[in-house]
Ligand binder design. Structure first.
Ligand code: FMN
Length: 158
């Protein structure tokens, strides 16, 4: 998975992504990541065998100037990682629902590293044990906008 992330393209080939991962057995690290999750995420994500913290370095390594593509490029690396996981029979679930300052404090992150998402990696569990709202979400039909809502041949006014 990290090899797939490694080959993602990035502005100036900066490769601004960084990851910290914890297997469930690495309980101290795993818990310090899990602790920052919003309760609605913690309830299911702590059953995953692996949590990955995705981070973006906000500045260019060579001159320290702001890298406006860092978050975009880290997102691409994350998507490559997710596709690779799927290819390997694993499931990923990205979460933006976490307390950024708590995570930064727990992991002792330098200011230049911006946490982007926490990614739970594992296998589908038993949805019947989830609280009602999460159970419903799990069983809901997946949906997306129609292409006509976001693909155009001219600029839109709304
Ligand atoms: C940046 C980002 C943040 C997300 N944050 C959360 C989250 O905190 N909790 C959660 O359950 N899902 C989270 N998701 C998953 C989305 O809710 C999910 O991709 C979307 O609802 C579409 O669902 P589907 O891909 O299963 O069709 C996040 C996804 C992304 C890309």
């Amino acid at each position: 998975m990290f090899e797939a992330a490694r080959w993602a393209p990035s502005a100036m080939n900066e490769q601004p992504w960084q990851y910290i991962y914890a297997h469930k057995e690495d309980s101290a690290l795993f818990n310090s990541i899990a602790e920052s999750l919003m309760p609605g995420n913690r309830i299911w994500a702590t059953n995953a065998p692996l949590l990955i913290v995705s981070m973006a370095r906000k500045t260019f390594m060579d001159n320290g100037s702001h890298n406006g593509s860092a978050v975009h490029d880290t997102g691409m690396a994350n998507y490559a990682l997710s596709l690779q996981a799927t290819e390997m029979g694993l499931f990923t679930h990205m979460m933006g629902g976490f307390d950024h300052s708590q995570l930064k404090q727990n992991l002792n992150l330098i200011d230049d590293l911006q946490p982007i998402v926490i990614i739970a990696v594992g296998y589908p569990g038993d949805a019947s044990v989830l609280p009602e709202a999460l159970k419903q979400r799990e069983h809901a039909k997946r949906s997306r906008k129609n292409q006509t809502e976001f693909v155009f041949t001219q600029s839109q006014n709304n």
